[in-house]
Every structure is written in structure tokens, then in C-alpha cells.
Write a protein that binds this ligand. Structure first.
Ligand code: GAP
Length: 450
């Protein structure tokens, strides 16, 4: 029987630790509030999510180029972008227990001392709301002081705007075109939580798509549809996704439209990615403040203008969490229950595991040869010779490995291996010489089971 959704996050957190996806950061020192490290399987999952994002956003597009900008930029960047003055949440403190809460999220918050009560409804009185800036401050160079203050970037987007002119001048691009980057961002979130959903250090995949202003609406529609579809192409169940258009009072003052791709997590609907119309706000502001002309000159029309920007911006950690939550299933079989992650093979941390049926008769050596061939063909592989074959399959099901290959006595005679499919548990006999091509096709044609 399917387990209630409320258990699901606990099960995912426990699976992540047990199988090496995600660990609490600095665990041996008691951890550090809502900060996580990715273990051997987690780092593979995240790397594959980033690869899939980069492939869809850059490699497969003729009109998008990549960038990797610095985390610490000139602090003027954040004054001009509005983050120093405005990147803040209204916070209230409890005068009794000193806990701090977002004023706009009080309805969902709990008193840490009396979790059955909301803040302010317990014995503690709340302060007036005060703005709390979310940027992490640091100092550049050996001297601490106002002259050396710098910030860890709270979004990767500004690095793209700062390099707009460099990219225009060094690459053959003209609007409509995009600049994409993946990188770490930092926000001193007051209420991080729900595992890696909201943390203080996280990775973003952002793309600024620069368009002639008259084409703004067309490209907004295009990127909303494209980003919504991307998640489904990678196997997310459509009924768990929705595109929510922001109301006017949710929009930043410079924005003319925004929509979020939302996912129905075990803790409710949450933002996975935002697609925003940023107009020419950022280029315009940086142009004015730096004295550099960041307008695009169109050699055909002889017109000089600030392009408008459509920005798809998603969190890589949130994507990885979403793929895990969505892939998780406890399947009731005849004799027992199996835990299986139905990852799309493109993002599964391990694509193929290879097992010798027994540790003798030359099977381990033959299995090693086969796995070496698969590694050279570019597959992420795992070798396992310990325990009963059924248990080895189950261990791979639990981490989402879509294919297992077994070398048995027949293989030693006829060169044919058994390929076992994670989702259907069906087995097929495939000549070892054709294995790489067979698996490549199975990855390409994979469909999520109904
Ligand atoms: N440049 C626009 C921008 O940064 P955002 O909605 O603040 O927009 C984009 O962030 C995405 O980054 C979010 O949709 C979310 O997936 C991810 N994100 C934002 N804050 C996060 C946090 N504290 N922890 C994890 N992911 C976060």
C-alpha cells in the first residue's frame, strides 16, 4: 500500500544518508543549520542534472552561450541591482525566546518552545517587523572595514549583466540570444528548511535571454513552455507540475510578468523555477552607474537599444530533490516491498551495474572486461559481486540504476549477458558485443512506467 505523503520526506532524507546522496554538513561537529554535503551518489545526480540543463539550455541551442562569472563581484553591482537596498524579508523577533520569523510566513511558523502554537500566540511577544538583508557580507583583502566590504552573490544573474558587453564583443551573438550560467549563490535565509529545498548556500541554473523589446511577449511564452516541458521530458509526472502566473502585487517593480514552475512536494506546492520578464531594468541601471553604454547596436536598422530580458532561473539542488521525490516508489510485490527510484536514465547517478552471478569460473574477470568496455563507452557504472543476485538488484533499484547486467555460466559459453530492467524487472538476453549500443538505445527510448 502506498505510504502517506507526510512520511515521504523522512524516507527520502534517510535514503539520502544511507546510500550516500546527501549528508548533513559538518556532521561530526553537530552540523551547521540546514547546510548539506553531497555524497558519491548525490554528486553524480547533481552533475547529471546540471549536464541535462546545460545540454537543453546551451549545447542544443544555436542562440545561447555560456558563462562562469565570479561569486564575489564589485559591491557596486549589488547597490545598482537593488539588492543592497531591497533584498530583504520583513522579520519579527520573539522577545522571549529570541527566535526570528518572516512576518509574511507567520501563519505557517511554529513557536520553537511550544510547537503546538504559532509565534505570538504563545507567551512570547513579537517585535515590530524589520527588514533583514539576505546577502552574506564578507571582507576582501587583509583589512576589515567599510572600504573592504563585499558580498557573496545572492543570484548568478548579475554576473551575466556585467558581462553583457564582453559577450557581445567577443562572440557572434545578436538579440534574440541568451547567456547561461550554473553556479553557487548564497542567501542568509531566516527560515531555511525542507531538506535541500531552501538552504543558505545553493546552486542556480540561470539564463538571461536578451530580446528586442517588441518580441518580449513571444519569448516569455516560449520559455515558460520550454522550461515546463523540460521537467516532463526528464520524467517528472505531469500531474505533479503546474505553471503559476504571479499576480501583479507579487511582481518586482521593474517586472512585467513572472510565472513559476511549481511541484507538489510532500510539504505542499513549491517553486521549482521562475520565468521572469526583467525588462531592460538591469542593463539600464548598470549602464547608468558604470558610465558604459550597454545598449545593443543593430547594424541593420542602425538602432541602439537596451534589449529586454526573459529569465528562466531554477535551483539545481531543488531540481535534484524534485527528481528524487518524484522518482520514489515503494512497490508492493508478491512477497515483499521494493523501494525503487524511477529516475530518467539520463540523470540516474549510475546508468548500469554489472554483476558476475558467482565469484568463480572466470565470471568476475569477464564482468570486469564488460564494465571496462561500458566505462570507455561513457556509461556511469558500478561493479558488485557481493550477496545474492536478487539483493544486488534491489540495492540498485533503491538508488535508481535503470539497468543491471549479469554475467552467468551461459555468458562464458555463448557471450550473451542478462540485462535486467529496473522499472519492469524484466530480463533480456543480449550479446555482450552489442551491449553498449543496446543500452544507449534503451536510455534514449526510456519512458516512465504508468
Ligand atoms: N535571478 C532570479 C532569481 O534568483 P529566485 O526566484 O530568487 O530568482 C531562482 O531564484 C531559483 O533559485 C528558485 O526558483 C529556486 O529554485 C532557487 N532558490 C532560490 N533560493 C533558494 C534557496 N534558499 N535554496 C535553494 N534554492 C533556492
Amino acid at each position: 500500500m502506498a505510504k502517506p505523503e507526510s512520511d515521504l520526506m523522512d524516507k527520502i532524507v534517510s535514503l539520502c544518508k544511507r546510500r550516500g546522496f546527501v549528508f548533513q554538513a559538518s556532521e561530526i561537529y553537530g552540523g551547521i543549520g540546514n547546510t548539506y554535503d553531497y555524497g558519491p551518489l548525490g554528486v553524480e545526480l547533481k552533475r547529471k542534472v546540471k549536464d541535462a540543463w546545460w545540454k537543453a539550455m546551451v549545447t542544443e541551442r544555436p542562440d545561447v552561450v555560456g558563462l562562469d562569472s565570479a561569486i564575489i563581484q564589485n559591491p557596486k553591482t549589488w547597490e545598482v541591482s537593488g539588492h543592497v537596498g531591497g533584498f530583504s524579508d520583513p522579520m519579527v523577533d520573539c522577545k522571549k525566546c529570541k527566535a526570528r520569523f518572516r512576518e509574511d510566513k507567520l501563519a505557517d511558523a511554529r513557536c520553537p518552545e511550544k510547537p503546538s502554537k504559532r509565534p505570538g500566540e504563545c507567551d512570547g511577544e513579537l517585535t515590530e517587523a524589520r527588514a533583514f538583508n539576505l546577502m552574506f557580507k564578507t571582507n576582501v583583502g587583509p583589512v576589515e572595514g567599510s572600504g573592504s566590504v563585499a558580498y557573496l552573490r545572492p543570484e548568478t544573474a548579475q554576473g551575466i549583466f556585467l558581462n553583457f558587453k564582453n559577450v557581445l564583443e567577443s562572440s557572434r551573438v545578436k538579440p534574440p540570444f541568451g547567456i547561461a550560467q550554473i553556479g553557487k549563490s548564497f542567501r542568509n535565509e531566516i527560515t531555511p528548511g525542507n531538506f535541500v529545498f531552501r538552504t543558505r548556500e545553493f546552486e542556480q541554473g540561470e539564463m538571461e535571454f536578451f530580446v528586442p523589446p517588441a518580441e518580449n511577449d513571444k519569448w516569455f511564452e516560449f520559455w515558460k513552455a520550454e522550461r515546463f516541458d523540460w521537467y516532463q521530458r526528464l520524467g517528472i509526472r505531469p500531474e505533479k507540475l503546474r505553471l503559476r502566473t504571479h499576480d501583479d502585487d507579487e511582481l518586482a517593480h521593474y517586472s512585467t510578468g513572472c510565472a513559476d514552475v511549481e511541484y507538489e512536494y510532500p510539504f505542499g506546492w513549491g517553486e521549482l523555477e521562475g520565468i521572469a520578464c526583467r525588462t531592460d531594468f538591469d542593463l539600464n541601471r548598470h549602464s547608468e552607474a558604470s558610465g558604459q553604454d550597454l545598449r545593443y547596436f543593430d547594424p541593420e536598422t542602425k538602432e541602439r537599444y537596451f534589449p529586454y530580458v526573459i529569465e528562466p532561473a531554477g535551483g539545481i539542488d531543488r531540481m535534484a530533490l524534485t527528481f528524487m521525490v518524484d522518482a520514489y516508489e515503494e512497490q508492493q510485490l508478491e512477497k515483499d516491498t521494493r523501494v525503487v527510484l524511477h529516475f530518467h536514465p539520463e540523470i540516474a547517478p549510475i546508468t548500469v551495474a554489472v554483476f558476475p552471478l558467482v565469484k568463480k569460473e572466470g565470471m568476475p574477470e569477464r564482468a570486469e572486461e564488460i564494465i571496462e568496455g561500458l566505462r570507455r563507452a561513457g556509461f556511469s557504472t558500478f561493479y558488485d559481486e557481493k550477496g545474492a543476485i536478487g539483493r544486488r538488484y534491489r540495492r540498485q533499484d533503491e538508488v535508481g540504476t535503470p539497468f543491471c547486467v549479469t554475467v552467468d555460466g551461459d555468458t562464458m559459453k555463448d557471450g550473451v549477458v542478462t540485462v535486467r530492467h529496473r522499472d519492469s524487472m524484466e530480463q533480456e538476453r543480449v550479446p555482450a558485443a552489442e551491449l553498449a549500443a543496446y543500452l544507449a538505445e534503451a536510455v534514449r527510448s526510456w519512458k516512465r512506467p504508468a
